[in-house]
Design a protein around this ligand. Structure first.
Ligand SMILES: *Cc1c(COP(=O)(O)O)cnc(C)c1O
Length: 387
């Protein structure tokens, strides 16, 4: 076997393990109602929680931004690729989440891969929830710090690990809303432990920003935590409906990250027109009380409507509502059966989630109607008896 044959055999093994992933080429803009291959589908797997990704006002802001600022940034931010509109967006974001300063990255993955190695290194220690997002895991590996992973949400285990650590600099890392489970970290307890053990606390609010807290200011605003040791990261690609991410916190910390985060320094600035689009998105998030109320009503409708005889929902109050099926093949079969009926929720399998907990990660959006959710409930409750 040559090297290419090894790859082919490994790809074949993905097939036989039911782990091969496929993409679908969507023919319409992001919305709960899309067309693929000429067929209509209702989507329950997007992170566009407020339904802003396809909002014509954002498309208009992008077009206007492109006319005003052109397209490319030309260089990295610290060379000649930083624009006034991006500075203004950072000021707006910092004020919105109530922190001193914010720094915008091109994506959430890049933010996490840059923030963590800028804060800790070889002689330091990181304490991380086992279910943290892949980008946090890769950021930890890049940092070369010692890594202690604690069982999901287990504050007693975290406390024991912190107490036993002699590391000079300690960093606690957690998702706010866990991306595959939809549950929310005990943020006040995490903050109290960070204070007690003189650790930094990095919270990834990818799925809380725009959805939780007053005016959608995020999970940290909801929990009411603040302080220089709290570093807040959130993506601008989920509820905000655009692209990019930001980190917010104490101004000295943000200045340090700007000086040291390699994924900020050594990449071309994102298109300035995107900053103008994001500024429009923040306005829509802030004024989005009705969207959030509708979303909350849809979450309640789904959790009350599903029979949950064989397949159970995980406890979650967020738009992420995972239905645990178990085996990879069963989750795939359910996903396929729903797809046949025009309902799109792909199965999530290991390594994204632990083995034996393959699931349909149902996500709801303020752009769904009650009728959309009723159709999903009816189909799942029927398939639970017949599949
Ligand atoms: C999506 C996600 C990211 C990555 O953000 P992108 O902007 O999509 O790169 C980081 N953390 C969490 C928890 C996420 O869900």
């Amino acid at each position: 076997m040559n090297r290419l044959d090894h790859l082919r055999a490994a790809l074949d093994k993905l097939d036989s393990d039911h782990l091969r992933r496929v993409r679908r080429d969507i023919e319409t803009p992001c919305s709960p109602h899309v067309v693929i291959g000429g067929r209509s589908f209702t989507v329950f797997c997007s992170n566009d929680y407020l339904g802003l990704a396809g909002d014509p006002r954002l498309a208009e802001a992008l077009a206007e931004g492109a006319r005003r600022w052109g397209i490319g940034a030309g260089a990295s931010h610290l060379v000649s690729g930083h624009y006034l509109v991006q500075h203004m967006l950072e000021e707006r974001l910092a004020a919105f989440v109530g922190r001193e300063r914010a720094l915008v990255f091109s994506s959430g993955f890049m933010a996490n891969m840059g923030i963590i190695p800028a804060l800790v290194g070889r002689n330091d220690a990181i304490f991380a929830d086992r279910l943290n997002h892949a980008s946090l895991i890769d950021g930890m590996l890049l940092s070369r710090a010692g890594v202690h992973r604690f069982p999901h949400l287990d504050m007693a285990a975290l406390e024991r690990q912190l107490a036993a650590s002699a590391a000079q600099t300690k960093l606690i890392v957690s998702d706010s809303v866990f991306s595959m489970d939809g549950d929310v970290a005990p943020l006040r307890e995490l903050m109290a432990l960070a204070e007690r053990f003189d650790a930094w606390l990095l919270v990834d609010d990818a799925h809380g920003f725009g959805v939780l807290g007053p005016q959608g200011r995020g999970a940290l605003a909801e929990a009411g935590i603040d302080g220089w040791r709290l570093i807040q990261m959130a993506t601008l690609s989920k509820a905000a409906g655009v692209s990019g991410a930001f980190v917010a916190g104490n101004s000295t910390v943000i200045e340090w990250l700007m000086q040291k985060a390699r994924t900020y320094i050594f990449t071309t600035g994102s298109p300035p027109a995107l900053a103008q689009t994001l500024a429009a998105s923040i306005e829509l998030i802030e004024a989005g009380g009705e969207r959030r109320a509708h979303l909350a009503a849809l979450i309640e409708r789904l959790t009350k409507g599903l029979a949950q005889e064989r397949w159970k929902l995980l406890p979650s109050r967020t738009p992420i509502q995972p239905l645990i099926v178990g085996e990879n093949a069963s989750a795939l079969a359910l996903g396929d059966a729903l797809m046949e009926e025009g309902l799109w929720i792909p199965a999530i399998r290991p390594p994204t989630v632990p083995a034996g907990s393959a699931r349909l990660r149902i996500t709801l959006s303020a752009a769904h109607t009650s009728a959309d959710v009723d159709r999903l409930i009816e189909a799942i409750n029927r398939l639970e008896k017949t599949l």
